[in-house]
Design a protein around this ligand. Sequence first.
Ligand code: SF4
Length: 305
Amino acid sequence: MNIQELQEKIVQLKKEKDVCILAHAYQSQDIWEVADYVGDSYGLALQAAKDAHQNIVMCGVRFMAETCKVLSPEKNVVLANSLAACPMAAQMNREDLIKLKQQYPDYKVVAYINTTADFKREVDMIVTSSSAVKIIKKMDADKILFVPDCHLGTWVAKQVPEKTFKFFNGGCPTHCRMTAEDVKRARTEHPDAEILVHPECLSEVSEQADYVGSTTGIMKYAADSSSREFVIGTENSIVQHLQFAHPEKRFYPLSKMCVCMNMKATTLMDVYHSVNGDGGEQIELPEQTIEESRAAIDRMVAFGQ
Ligand code: SF4
């Protein structure tokens, strides 16, 4: 079977078996083409909540599949590749957070969505990179303990100077590979290009960018901008997706190192087996975990409106 035949088989199977395929934007182009919805963490969470299919195949990392299960506990949620897990979500567990909260009893805990369902039970609010500033501004709290990504947290804190922030020393190992040196080189090699980066990047990178925003924000900015060239400072699959979508423009990666091996773990063949019912990992969560983490996710959706 070639790629096109495999894609046709997947499309046929998902109709027969009432399956919705959700794909994170960092997935490869062949997976995008068979997905019912492609988006960032926030978009996937919203889509999972309103989708009518009985079966969901998540092409992304584990915390995304857990979020789907929390929002739709009555559905079968399958993670297309069980090895796909976000290293940032593993940097801090619920016990670590309970200890940290004891150090900052008068702070409200705001957690990035890139955390486990078990971790989300302990937090006051969940945010994504696209909703963090808006939600934290709306919160009735002046002191914010932002976990686990200190780079995203530092960027958010600059947009909300009226509040006080504390951080945990976590971050995305993929986005942290890009440095100020990469920005300097990109400015020399592509002097007419705009540099668009994700807020998970180090401050030394985001401070020098022309635009800082979520994956969806970067894609929208590039679509709307009158510029012809862009340097992209997020997972490198976005460079390829943008080039497909806008062949009249040119897109360059800020660094060839910005590749997330966990996002790349899922293959089109994994998607096929997951849809067929003989692959992937069925996500199961304790009822208490679903109830308690659901409350935090519901607050995110309500505040993000
Ligand atoms: S890109 Fe970073 S935050 Fe996203 S899944 Fe990979 S390691 Fe986690």
